[in-house]
Write a protein that binds this ligand. Sequence first.
Ligand code: HEM
Length: 122
Amino acid sequence: MPSNKLILGIAVVILLLGGVYLLSKSQTSPIVSAPTGTTTSTASGTVYTLAEVQTHNTPASCWSVMSGNVYDLSSWIARHPGGEGPIKGMCGTDGTAAYMGQHGSSRRPASALALLKIGALK
Ligand code: HEM
């Protein structure tokens, strides 16, 4: 029967349109939750909670907050001209006061820091 084919055809078109719609929705979603539920990625970069930063509190995985931005200092510990101690002390914390107290607006520390940025604090 031709009407059966017509109905089948319409059903296939509806299914295809539905699939395309779902696919486009999943690709353009601006906010993607990571499995931990604490990290979000937006068009302007990754945003971390302080709780997440606090879990990276070892020299092997050393994150710190400076002025609202999040930095991975792990690779910097061994390279810091002022020694490993001060950087290790910042792991998993908001290190703004320690950093500003020592380096203020000095140019070299600021450019070293810029290379270590991984995102912003939520
Ligand atoms: C992630 C944070 C930090 C970064 C990126 C950083 C970066 C730097 C850089 C680039 C220098 C060399 C400056 C130059 O040659 O002009 C330096 C020196 C120094 N830093 Fe830091 N620093 C950080 C945190 C700290 C903290 C928290 C302290 C102490 C509380 C500290 C203590 C020192 C000292 C004492 C020196 C002088 C070393 C020397 O010249 O003998 N730094 N730091």
